[in-house]
Design a protein around this ligand. Structure first.
Ligand code: ADP
Length: 248
């Protein structure tokens, strides 16, 4: 069974159709790079998966169930665009920030157990930041903050992780480390990854598939097929297309 399946999906904001007749199927363990020009509907697609927007027509299912309201939030970890934690003086430790990622799994009263705190420690270890457990969030570097927010998105062990331009604010070396970490989660934990990126030149090094949106779905497939796609030659030109596929 596909983990995410869209059929003839259309989403409208008043006058304009943002997503037009989109159909695709993402399999468990896929790592999909979502690419497209500004305003092409990438964020709209993610919001639709999160159940935040109504469909005009068509369907979208997560693990075989139609997306509706907040129901699928247990299955999806979401990391928004890289922003530095706004208030440096906010009095919270790394463990406390990460633990808020477990609250969605609790029914009232939302208190955390000893096992939950162990789970927080385990995800920090997995992301190689175990030593930051008791650190105040105001003391972290940009790369460390982004890993803490990744830990918060992953602590409830969602099957799907959605990242929106996660490395935009990071320097090249930290960005590389972050991509390596995401690849590890994909390979070792089997997490299905959807990553929105402007970095269309490098995503082929990491992702197993590309989904190219321009309101409608222009291309969806693996990078070997991307390399031979005439639709993609029209967008990128033959030579860039071959550099982007990273296959040969
Ligand atoms: P991307 O993430 O690829 O930059 P978006 O999904 O944000 O694209 O936007 C797709 C289209 O929908 C754009 O034309 C944008 O102007 C429009 N749009 C996005 N959000 C809204 C909104 N809240 N109200 C009206 N139009 C919107």
């Amino acid at each position: 069974m596909s983990i995410i399946a869209a059929e003839n999906l259309c989403v409208r904001y008043r006058q304009s159709l943002a997503l037009e007749n989109i159909s695709f199927a993402i399999e468990p363990g896929d790592y999909v790079g979502i690419v497209g020009p500004n305003g092409s509907g990438k964020t709209t697609l993610i919001k639709t998966m999160l159940g935040l927007l109504e469909l005009e027509s068509g369907s979208i299912e997560i693990m075989g169930k139609p997306v509706a309201g907040f129901r699928q939030w247990q299955e999806i970890g979401y990391l928004p665009q890289a922003t530095t934690i706004a208030n440096k003086a906010f009095p919270a430790s790394v463990a406390e920030v990460v633990s808020t990622g477990l609250l969605g799994t609790k029914s009232f009263p939302r208190s955390l157990s000893g096992r939950d705190w162990q789970q927080v420690a385990a995800i920090l270890e997995l992301l190689d930041i175990g030593q930051l457990y008791g650190e105040q969030i105001g003391n972290l570097s940009g790369g460390q903050s982004q890993r803490v927010l990744l830990a918060r998105a992953m602590v409830a062990t969602p099957a799907i992780l959605i990242l929106d331009e996660p490395t935009a604010a990071l320097d090249p070396e930290t960005r590389e480390q972050f991509y390596t970490m995401i690849s590890r989660l994909n390979r070792e934990q089997g997490t299905t990854i959807l990553l929105i990126t402007h970095d269309s030149g490098t995503i082929g090094q990491y992702a197993s598939k590309m989904l190219y949106l321009d309101h409608s779905l222009i291309f969806y497939g693996n990078f070997a097929d991307f390399c031979h796609s005439q639709a993609m030659s029209r967008y990128f030109g033959d030579s860039s297309q071959h550099l982007m596929c990273h296959q040969h």
